[in-house]
Write a protein that binds this ligand. Structure first.
Ligand code: SAH
Length: 361
């Protein structure tokens, strides 16, 4: 661990994890307290905040408005930025990054530009413990949760690389965000208040962890909740998602209904289309039945083939049929075509191809 401990920073998160404390991820109030505690006037807190979140400073030495002698005195303090391990650019402009963290772990982040947007797909964990059968990250095992600053860093890294402000964020990279709820919520607040990205432009995707969707509702965020349903009945979901055993489909849908009641926000249901498995008309009919009267939207994701599983991607015609079945039953539906498809598009695939992944036991 190379991040320097700054135990006197006052946020609750710091108190619980002083070893990982670093400047990135801290609000203006904590940064101001920190500069004052190190003998600088309070206005330096605002300067530090601007350099961290707007100017992309990677080290205190970059912050040239600070006195040189003080910067030298603070030479051991780490801001908390990752280093670039690998970068690939797809023909549609999608850029995939492997980023190395202070402890040497590698995570994926993706930048997806369109005419008006720059969307970043961020990771919330190193690896993932959920082990969904179609997911490359799940096949690689779980290492650890990401800290708040490691999530914020991914967005700043893409922003710096594109030289353009990030407009949208999706928590759809490696990991299960609701197994790391405190750091994910803190990162959402930081990205909103400190980096300046609207919460309404952020989507958090979860496979569903019991009671955590309720906890998320209590955080009163304005982000969109996306739930990875992927099956129209419990038997089929269980084949794809091991955690469905402990947290059955009905219980998940019930918690989602409560989320809609508590927040007034609609839920997006993600549904991977696997040829011959869950893409049949009866699946669409069953799905529509579950979602009747539910303030929701279905996002169909044609499967991106991964080496470790032998599911098939459905034909365009059967994707269309599935859409028609849902639309015919008044279910709002869209199809998400993955960006950067030609190289390792699926979640966790790039990392799996470039890094020797040794899952923790
Ligand atoms: N743990 C979160 C985030 C995971 S990644 C979740 O489960 O929602 C975001 C989305 O990509 C999820 O819906 C996930 O199921 C999907 N995904 C993973 N592997 C995929 C693949 N090979 N093809 C298509 N979608 C995939």
């Amino acid at each position: 661990m190379t991040a320097t401990s700054i135990p006197e920073l006052s946020s609750p998160e710091m108190a619980s994890a002083p070893v990982e404390a670093c400047l990135l991820g801290q609000p203006l109030s904590a940064l101001t307290e920190w500069v004052v505690a190190h003998g600088q006037p309070a206005y330096r807190g605002k300067q530090l905040h601007g350099w961290l979140y707007q100017q992309g400073a990677r080290s205190l030495q970059d912050i040239t408005v600070f006195p040189k002698a003080w910067r030298q005195q603070m030479a051991g303090v780490t801001i908390g930025r990752s280093t670039l391990y690998h970068r690939t650019v797809a023909s549609d402009g999608t850029v995939k990054y492997l980023l190395q963290l202070a402890d040497g772990q590698i995570i994926e982040a993706v930048g997806m530009p369109t005419a008006k947007r720059l969307t970043v797909c961020v990771s919330s964990q190193v690896g993932c413990p959920m082990a969904c059968d179609f997911c490359a990250t799940g096949k690689g095992g779980f290492i650890r949760n990401l800290h708040t600053h490691e999530i914020v860093d991914q967005v700043l890294t893409v922003q710096d690389d594109f030289g353009q402000r990030v407009s949208h964020i999706v928590f759809m990279g490696m990991g299960e965000p609701l197994l790391n709820t405190d750091n994910v919520v803190a990162a959402i607040r930081c990205l909103n208040q400190d980096v300046g990205i609207s919460q309404r432009s952020m989507t958090l995707s979860t496979v569903g962890i019991a009671e955590r969707i309720r906890k998320l509702a209590e955080a009163q965020l304005q982000v969109t909740l996306a739930v990875s349903l992927h099956a129209s009945n419990q038997t089929q979901r269980l084949q794809l998602i091991p955690s469905a055993k402990a947290y059955p489909l009905e219980a998940l849908l019930e918690e989602c209904r409560d989320y809609v009641k508590l927040t007034g926000r609609r839920v997006t249901f993600e549904y991977i289309l696997l040829a011959g498995l869950n893409d049949q008309p009866e699946n669409a009919i069953e799905l529509a039945h579950h979602l009747r009267g539910f303030q929701s939207h279905v996002n169909l994701i044609p499967y991106n083939p991964i080496d470790e599983a032998d599911y098939q991607r459905p034909s365009e015609a059967s994707i269309r049929d599935f859409v028609n079945q849902l639309e015919g039953r008044h279910i709002a539906v869209s199809v998400r075509y993955s960006r950067g498809l030609e190289e390792n598009a699926a979640c966790g695939q790039l990392r799996a191809s470039k890094v020797m992944v040794t899952p923790a036991t």
